[in-house]
Design a protein around this ligand. Structure first.
Ligand SMILES: C[S@@+](CC[C@H](N)C(=O)[O-])C[C@H]1O[C@@H](n2cnc3c(N)ncnc32)[C@H](O)[C@@H]1O
Length: 182
């Protein structure tokens, strides 16, 4: 769980959503690290887990438990007046979802992320990588120390500034090489 939390920059207030927190092992670590003005939205389908998460975080106003499908994220954000998430974390078994549901959830996830935001998944297989083509950048790590071993993959939504920086660099390189060849 420390490995997953280490993918998040907690140096400023964040909006973080987690799909399928189960008994809350990652949620507790995230809540422990995040600063006071942050929000953590937990989407859990299982009623027993959802109730237990409510109990665990009952004294923490930063954390909200949504007993429902991760697909309700856009609705829940609007309902709370939140524009977008900085991070979305997922432990749900994507590999068993039907392809249409998988694609729809990936699209909603991409749309709900702020530019530069990250979607972080931890799974025993890395099959989602081939479907998550909306994201401009993906980086995977195979974590053998976990039982069972799992992939942690960070999909990143491009920040428009990255594009501008790259264009500026390309222009600078072009003018250097034009200068050299002159
Ligand atoms: C494999 S468990 C992972 C639990 C936890 N994240 C962990 O690593 O210990 C998957 C969890 O995702 C929940 N889940 C599955 N599909 C979901 C969905 N569409 N929306 C919200 N939760 C979901 C299940 O109820 C279950 O608690």
């Amino acid at each position: 769980m420390e490995r997953v939390a280490s993918k998040i920059d907690f140096s400023q207030p964040r909006v973080i959503a987690e799909y399928g927190p189960g008994e809350g092992v990652h949620s507790r670590e995230i809540a422990r690290r995040m600063c006071p003005d942050s929000h953590l939205l937990l989407f859990e389908l299982d009623p027993t887990f959802a109730r237990d998460l409510e109990r665990q975080f009952s004294g923490d106003r930063r954390v909200q438990v949504i007993h429902g499908d991760a697909a309700s994220l856009p609705h829940e954000l609007t309902h709370r007046g939140i524009d977008c998430c900085d991070y979305i974390l997922s432990g749900i078994p994507f590999s068993i979802l039907k392809i249409e549901k998988k694609r729809a959830l990936l699209q909603k996830t991409y749309d709900a992320l702020a530019p530069g935001g990250s979607f972080i998944i931890y799974q025993v297989t890395n099959e989602l990588k081939q479907h998550a083509t909306h994201f401009e950048h993906a980086e995977s790590e195979y974590f053998l120390q976990n039982i069972p071993p799992m992939f942690i993959t960070v999909f990143q939504k491009r920040h428009p500034l990255d594009h501008h920086k790259r264009r500026a660099l390309e222009r600078a390189n072009f003018s250097v090489s034009a200068h050299r060849s002159a």
